[in-house]
Design a protein around this ligand. Structure first.
Ligand SMILES: [Zn+2]
Length: 82
Protein backbone atom coordinates (compact mmCIF):
# COMPACT_ATOMS: atom_id res chain seq x y z
CA UNK A 1 0.00 0.00 0.00
CA UNK A 2 1.19 3.48 -0.84
CA UNK A 3 0.18 6.90 0.48
CA UNK A 4 -2.17 8.49 -2.06
CA UNK A 5 -0.72 11.87 -1.21
CA UNK A 6 3.09 11.58 -1.11
CA UNK A 7 3.49 8.13 -2.65
CA UNK A 8 5.42 6.73 0.32
CA UNK A 9 5.14 3.00 0.79
CA UNK A 10 3.47 1.81 4.00
CA UNK A 11 5.88 0.35 6.51
CA UNK A 12 5.11 -2.57 8.73
CA UNK A 13 3.07 -1.44 11.77
CA UNK A 14 2.58 2.03 10.34
CA UNK A 15 -1.02 3.22 10.50
CA UNK A 16 -2.42 4.83 7.39
CA UNK A 17 -5.61 6.87 7.51
CA UNK A 18 -8.45 5.74 5.24
CA UNK A 19 -10.35 8.46 3.42
CA UNK A 20 -13.56 7.59 1.62
CA UNK A 21 -13.76 9.28 -1.75
CA UNK A 22 -16.83 8.38 -3.80
CA UNK A 23 -16.30 4.75 -4.85
CA UNK A 24 -12.69 4.40 -3.74
CA UNK A 25 -10.75 4.48 -0.48
CA UNK A 26 -7.70 6.69 -0.31
CA UNK A 27 -4.83 5.85 2.04
CA UNK A 28 -2.82 8.60 3.66
CA UNK A 29 0.38 8.27 5.73
CA UNK A 30 0.75 9.79 9.18
CA UNK A 31 2.74 12.83 8.01
CA UNK A 32 0.27 13.71 5.27
CA UNK A 33 -2.67 13.06 7.58
CA UNK A 34 -1.20 15.42 10.20
CA UNK A 35 -0.71 18.09 7.57
CA UNK A 36 -4.31 17.69 6.37
CA UNK A 37 -5.45 18.13 9.95
CA UNK A 38 -3.42 21.36 10.23
CA UNK A 39 -4.92 22.71 7.01
CA UNK A 40 -8.46 21.88 8.16
CA UNK A 41 -7.81 23.52 11.53
CA UNK A 42 -6.26 26.67 10.01
CA UNK A 43 -9.14 26.90 7.54
CA UNK A 44 -11.71 26.59 10.30
CA UNK A 45 -10.01 29.23 12.41
CA UNK A 46 -9.25 31.61 9.55
CA UNK A 47 -5.53 31.43 10.35
CA UNK A 48 -4.25 32.61 6.95
CA UNK A 49 -0.55 32.45 7.82
CA UNK A 50 -0.73 28.89 9.12
CA UNK A 51 -3.04 27.95 6.24
CA UNK A 52 -0.71 29.26 3.55
CA UNK A 53 2.39 27.62 5.00
CA UNK A 54 0.58 24.28 5.43
CA UNK A 55 -0.74 24.42 1.87
CA UNK A 56 2.77 25.15 0.59
CA UNK A 57 4.10 22.06 2.42
CA UNK A 58 1.16 20.02 1.12
CA UNK A 59 1.81 20.99 -2.50
CA UNK A 60 5.39 19.73 -2.17
CA UNK A 61 4.18 16.43 -0.70
CA UNK A 62 1.53 16.05 -3.40
CA UNK A 63 3.96 15.79 -6.33
CA UNK A 64 3.31 12.04 -6.55
CA UNK A 65 -0.31 12.17 -5.43
CA UNK A 66 -2.88 9.93 -7.08
CA UNK A 67 -5.51 11.56 -9.27
CA UNK A 68 -8.17 10.46 -6.78
CA UNK A 69 -6.40 12.24 -3.96
CA UNK A 70 -5.90 15.43 -6.01
CA UNK A 71 -9.60 15.47 -6.84
CA UNK A 72 -10.61 14.85 -3.23
CA UNK A 73 -8.25 17.59 -2.03
CA UNK A 74 -9.49 20.12 -4.57
CA UNK A 75 -13.17 19.49 -3.82
CA UNK A 76 -12.89 19.31 -0.04
CA UNK A 77 -14.62 22.37 1.35
CA UNK A 78 -13.17 21.83 4.83
CA UNK A 79 -9.69 22.31 3.33
CA UNK A 80 -10.56 25.46 1.38
CA UNK A 81 -9.39 28.94 2.25
CA UNK A 82 -12.04 30.85 4.13
ZN1 LIG B 1 1.99 10.62 2.65
Amino acid sequence: MKCDCCGKRKCWLEAFEDIENKDETLHVCVKCSTLLYKIRYASKNGDIKEYDSSIASMKKRMLKASSGFKEWFKNNKALAKK
